[in-house]
Design a protein around this ligand. Structure first.
Ligand code: NAD
Length: 511
């Protein structure tokens, strides 16, 4: 991508300014320079968004839905977007298409369909105490929502997280990660090409300073990223009393019981451990396997990991594991591996960076993992998978829940009823029975973190109301106005003993 393509975010006059070099993690080549937007530029973007938002909110649900669906089709058909996504993240094209593009289309389909329409329509409720009245619940947009995204999903946790706020009638300022801003800029270009109101969806680029400014000035924040930054966002948002949805890190456990389909479980452990080189928030971060089947399971995982093809070409037939997007993550993986080996861990595969150019890191399985290893309790977010033997399901559950994090997880058993019961006891926002990762594509159901993995939700109709100011308007039911007048006379001033006696009778009868 050339700088000319970034005209959306260039300052009007050509002045010397700070910029960020975005690199291809497979080759190290600079893909583009993007601006580090100044405070004034971000403030101007916000002013434009504020001015444009009321007209966007005034459109009907159908009109907004139609706009977002047209954009989704452009995203689907834009080869350039896919190439940009692969180039700046280093992930296989296969993963980019399925986990980012397909996901974005499905999420847009879901929120622009009947679920979104019903969730945002006025909701009429009948008060039990006053059948003469009607409560009308109204969902107003919040105004301008700042969406702050991480580098591991340049589309899915960036533009796709803008879909829910937009369908609710908000304007969005999206600040993608400084490591992978190009996909978001491409979406902004497609938005413009589609003729949609430019100020309603804008991308501002830069580092954490730009993110902080959004938290200081927007009406709501949808943040996805690390726990460290999430806490700062929560503090700043709390200081302003604005809501912040926080989607943070995880330490998701896979629990493999003795009666599990071990082959399927091993395939899933390797896939969910090493997809996008382990840079997936809901990845399997650690495995607890019942000791009776541990050797068999380890053998299957070893066989599975040997089959993985490492690469950098964007041909889905050619490779399974790409490069790491964020170089410091490789140092973090190395530190955890060294610590695990010092404490008696055994390398079943990998253990080091790849020898070729680029941020390659070998998929690494650590057998004989123990609780004192950092890799068992600190988020790895890289291609390292520790496997620990446990006595039984109860021990696995206890160790899983000892974590301060609770994002996702999976449980494996042929006894589905038992697995479901155990799943309910896992303190995580979502749990798969005999599967992994697919919960992210199930946009109908809410997804969010328990404990320190976050606050609030994405997905499901539940998520939409977070992006709304909810107002209740109490009104008379049609034809009941005379009764309402009477009730008001009886209940209001002057208070009467007769009325109190009546209320006491009602309380006795009703409760
Ligand atoms: P990060 O917290 O370093 O950065 C995320 C974004 O926040 C970036 O755009 C960054 O510029 C911005 N930022 C940083 N400090 C900020 C501040 N004080 N105020 C406002 N904005 C700030 O995270 P990352 O390294 O980009 O992403 C990796 C983390 O994201 C991992 O912990 C991973 O588990 C998590 N993650 C979670 C989910 C989820 O859905 N729960 C999804 C993807 C990634």
């Amino acid at each position: 991508m050339s700088t000319a393509d970034l005209s959306l975010v260039q300052p009007a006059a050509s002045v010397a300014r700070l910029s960020i070099s975005v690199r291809n993690p497979s080759t190290g080549a600079v893909l583009a320079e993007v601006p580090q937007h100044s405070r004034d530029e971000v403030a101007e973007a916000l002013t434009r968004a504020r001015a444009a938002q009321p007209a966007w909110a005034a459109l009907s649900f159908r009109e907004r839905a139609d706009a977002l669906r047209r954009l989704a089709r452009r995203i689907r058909d834009d080869q350039r977007l896919l190439e940009t996504l692969v180039a700046e993240s280093g992930k296989p094209s296969y993963e980019a298409e399925i986990f980012e593009i397909l996901y974005t289309l499905e999420l847009t389909r879901f929120y622009t369909g009947s679920v979104g329409r019903r969730a945002l329509a006025d909701d009429l409720r009948s008060p039990g105490l006053f059948p003469n009245k009607r409560a009308r619940v109204v969902y107003h947009p919040r105004g301008v929502v700042g969406v702050i995204g991480p580098w591991n999903w340049p589309l899915l946790n960036n533009f796709a997280d803008a879909v829910a706020p937009l369908i609710c009638g908000n304007a969005v300022l999206l600040k993608p990660s400084e490591w992978t801003p190009l996909t978001s800029l491409r979406v902004a270009q497609l938005w413009k090409d589609e003729g949609l109101p430019e100020a309603v969806f804008q991308v501002v680029t830069g580092d954490a300073q730009v993110g902080k400014q959004l938290v200081e000035t927007c009406d709501m924040i949808f943040f996805t990223g690390s726990q460290r930054a999430g806490k700062l966002v929560a503090q700043a948002a709390g200081g302003r009393l604005i809501p912040a949805v926080l989607e943070l890190g995880g330490k998701s456990a896979m629990i493999v019981l003795a009666d599990a389909d071990l082959e399927r479980a091993a395939r899933a452990a390797v896939w969910s451990g090493f997809a996008h080189s382990g840079q997936v928030c809901i990845r399997t971060e650690r495995v607890f396997v019942e000791s009776g089947v541990a050797d068999a399971f380890l053998g299957l995982c070893e066989k599975e990991v040997k089959r993985l093809r490492h690469g950098a070409q964007d041909d889905p037939q050619v490779f399974d594991v790409g490069t790491m997007t964020f170089p410091p993550q490789m140092v973090h993986a190395e530190e955890q591996i060294e610590d695990a080996i010092d404490r008696g861990g055994r390398l079943l595969s990998g253990g080091k960076r790849g020898l070729s150019l680029g941020n390659f890191f070998e998929p690494t399985i650590i057998a004989d993992a123990t609780l004192d290893m950092k890799v068992m309790h600190e988020e790895t977010f890289g291609p390292v998978l520790p496997i620990m033997r446990v006595r039984d399901a109860e021990e696995a559950l206890r160790l899983t829940n000892e974590s301060a994090l609770g994002l996702s997880g999976s449980i494996w058993s042929r006894d589905e009823a038992r697995a479901r019961q155990l799943a309910r006891r896992i303190e995580s926002g979502s749990v798969c029975v005999n599967d992994v990762l697919f919960n992210y594509l199930c946009v109908e159901a809410p997804l969010g973190g328990m404990k320190a993995s976050g606050l609030g939700l994405r997905h499901g109709s539940e998520s939409l109301h977070q992006f709304c100011r909810i107002q209740t308007i109490l009104e008379d039911r049609p034809f009941f106005a005379p009764i309402s007048k009477l009730v008001a006379q009886l209940l209001g001033f002057p208070y009467q003993r007769r009325m109190l006696a009546l209320v006491r009778r009602v309380m006795k009868l009703r409760y």
